[in-house]
Structure formats: C-alpha cells, structure tokens
Design a protein around this ligand. Sequence first.
Ligand code: NAP
Ligand code: ZN
Length: 347
Amino acid sequence: MIQAKGFAALSPKTPIQPFAFERREPKDHDVVFDIKFCGICHSDIHQARDEWGGSIFPMVPGHEITGVVTKIGAKVKNFKVGDPVGVGCLIDSCRHCAHCEKDLEQYCLEGPTYTYNAYERDKSAIAQGGYSNVMVCDENYVLSIPKTLPLDKAAPLLCAGITLYSPLMHWKAGPGKKVAIMGLGGLGHMGVKIARALGADVTVLSHSEGKREDALKLGAHNFVCTKDEAVFKKYANSFDLIINTVSADIPMAPYFGLIKLDGAMVTVGIPEKPVMVHPFSLIGMRRSYAGSGIGSVKETQEMLDFCAKHGITSDIEVIAPKQINEAFERVTKSDVRYRFVIDMAQL
Ligand code: NAP
Ligand code: ZN
C-alpha cells in the first residue's frame, strides 16, 4: 500500500483535520501522481457537512486535483512519469452501459464512482479525494493538463470549469445568445470566462454588489445586482439561457421570469432544500427548467484544451492546508475571489 497523508472530515460537525491513510499499489492501468494543488469546491463543504445526506466518513474531500506523474502501471498507454495530470469528480464508472459507451459516464446507469464520499468500484475501500499528497487512479479517468496551463490555476477547471462548459455547450451558448450566469463564485466565474470565449452575450446575476467590477473584468458584458427587486421587471424575458450556480436556498420564482420564450434555466448549484417551481412560471413562455452534472472525461479533456487555446484559467487564492477550515467559512459567506486552491507542498 502507498502511505498517504492529507486532511479529512471525520464527522459533519468536526473541523477538517490532518489524516493519514493508505492508497492501493498501482494496478496495470493505474497512474500514480504527486498532488500539487487541489481546489476547494462548494460541493466539498456540502458533503463534509453532510448537507445532502448519506456522507461517508472519514472523508478526504477534493475533486479539483492536479499534479505530476511519478509511477505508471504496466499497461498504461497515455501517460508517462513527469506528465502534468489531473483528476476531477470521477474515478470510475461501469464502462459498459449505454451512457458510458457514449462518453457520458457522469450519467452512468449503474452510477459513476465519485472521487470521494464514495466507495471504490470494487468496494475495497473508501475513495479519498485530493486534499492529500498522492493519488492513484485508472488512466481512463485521468486528464492531461496542457503544458501552458499552470497547475494551481488549472485545478478548478476539473470541476468548476467542466460543470459550466458542459451545459454551455449542450444548450449552445454562442454568438447571438444572451446567457446569464447566476452566482459569481467558483463555478460562476468560470462560466463567465467560458461563455464569453464562446461568443455569447454574458450577464452576471449576483446578490453581491461588490462583485460588479470583477464581473466586467472577467468578461461579462453586464452585471445585475439581484438585491434590487426592480431588476426582475427590467430584465423580464431577457435571457436564452440562465446557468444557476447558487449554492444557497433562495426563492427561485422571480428568476424564472427572466427567461425568454423557449429559453432555459439550467441548475448546476445544489442547495440543501428542494426548489419550489410554480408551473405558470414555465408555461407562459414555454420555458425549460433543467439540470446538468459535471461532464465526462472526454468532454473535460476537450474543455482543458479549449481553455488552453483561449488562455482561460481560474482566478485563485492559494492557501496552506491548515487554512482549509477558514476557507470553508469564507466560501459559505460568498467571500472568495474566486476559488481557494490548496498548495499541497505545504502539507
Ligand atoms: P461558491 O463559490 O460558493 O459560489 C456560489 C455562489 O452562489 C456565491 O458566490 C454567490 O454568488 C451565490 N450565493 C451564495 N449564497 C447566496 C444567497 N444566499 N443568495 C444568493 N446567491 C447566493 O460555490 P461553487 O463552488 O461555485 O458551487 C456552487 C454550487 O454548485 C454548489 O451548490 C455546488 O455544490 C454545486 N456544484 C454542482 C456541480 C454539478 O455537477 N452540478 C458541480 C460542482 C458544484 P454572488 O455573490 O455572485 O451572488
Ligand atoms: Zn466540485
């Protein structure tokens, strides 16, 4: 076994703390890499605090992982020692269902294996995430990080980046489309950059007036502060596509009114409680309310290459592992510009 060290939640109510554990010796198709950086996604907080229910402890969170390959299994084809690599939210799936065969393994019909807060596919151990120093993963779920992307600023692409890229592509954001990004946090700021690079007209819908200047610098054409109720009238029937990244339970009714005829709101944010939707708020303008989950490994690689081509990375604040609990508090207060990334060299 490989001795690993990291930071874990031992229960929903205790702070994240230092934790020693083991990872498997590499099998034929495994890649072993030294973790250099790991982003802090709001999903890490939801799960460490068991806000979605069913969390598995001890839990080493982290699914925005970048590092450098140190060892490969005998049959690994696509990676060699020294390569810059990453792992996102998935480490396995059934590989034979209709969705896996179509490169949609994030929607595996038997359930994908998530990077943490899950059991390994063979049930041998609890899968542990990237708040640690070393990772072992089957090469089919490992991403190649383009050489022009720095490993710290690239880490958030592996969840925040793909979670916005996938619905923006699926709902065809591009020239002539009015796209709104709801919530300017880790996911939202990637959405602004990617939607802008795709050629869409981009508006940020934010409850934080203080983020106006940043939104425009990140590439938004317009910033709308939703604390002013009058904006819901002013921007009624305005957007072809709203991507909702909000992590908190907020009343959604006013936001549906912002969607144009035949437009859609796609939720990627996962607050604790169910959302109330009155049918009238959709029926009147033939609106859709949809959801989207991360993206496949293939699409994540496509997104990384797209980001390299357009010079897109995440705006980050690098922290030491001992600052994780403080970072969790700041994320829950929407006080992050725009992703905390843990420097594992300081572990
Ligand atoms: P984040 O950095 O905390 O950003 C969330 C943003 O939501 C905040 O920056 C804030 O933006 C807005 N917000 C927070 N509280 C609010 C409130 N009370 N009222 C209105 N707006 C509020 O979180 P994240 O890492 O981007 O993740 C966002 C959500 O997506 C989380 O629920 C996460 O679990 C989920 N997620 C889903 C997927 C998926 O596959 N679907 C993948 C990753 C994450 P403003 O200050 O601009 O309003
Ligand atoms: Zn995430």
